[in-house]
Design a protein around this ligand. Sequence first.
Ligand SMILES: C[S@@+](CC[C@H](N)C(=O)[O-])C[C@H]1O[C@@H](n2cnc3c(N)ncnc32)[C@H](O)[C@@H]1O
Length: 210
Amino acid sequence: MISTRDGSPTLYSERFNQHYHSVHGAIQESQHVFLDMGLRALADRPQLRILEMGFGTGLNALMTALQATMPVHYLSLEAYPISQAQWEVLDYGERLGDQALFLAMHSAPWNVPVQLRPNFILEKSYTTLEAFPGTQHIDLVYWDAFAPDSQPELWTVEVFSNIYRSMNDAGILTTYSAKGDVRRALMAAGFQVAKVPGPPGKREMLRATK
Ligand SMILES: C[S@@+](CC[C@H](N)C(=O)[O-])C[C@H]1O[C@@H](n2cnc3c(N)ncnc32)[C@H](O)[C@@H]1O
């Protein structure tokens, strides 16, 4: 575990040689890229189906459960879950006001929807993206795979085309990456793509709309 510049912790993946979040600030990054650019942009929806690529530490899920004002079904894919020893020492819940909820998210069983709050259902899918059979009617996608240089196979036109098909019209995909190759792949999959201001330490990021 390491401390990032906003004081919040993140993990390092030996498998992918990547940090789970920006070292400029884990909570700040999640807040900006996924909550402010994603959830907040759809604040007028009566309900949301969210798809997350990479449950990881559970930080995005926790922040979404704490900030959503509408009923949310949160489907999160994860092929290599962090261990209990790793999630037990992460203090995101303490920092954000509900450590019991954070622990409940990690303790929740895989592959079944679990109602964790009146307005929040978490469905963690223990699968690779490649083996995931797909889903439907997604309003908001948090594209939080490790970086394209580390996992190029998760940032392709083919992958984004499948995601596009799983989404409702006017749905949004938000990601921290601002890479030209990613922007072009999203556009080739059919999305309208905008470069928007990035989180601290990063000038730009991408937001794609169906
Ligand atoms: C940047 S981290 C996600 C961070 C997470 N959203 C959070 O809030 O902490 C990327 C995640 O994708 C997972 N992952 C990597 N390759 C995958 C694959 N092919 N299918 C599904 N998950 C994968 C990793 O294990 C890791 O947890």
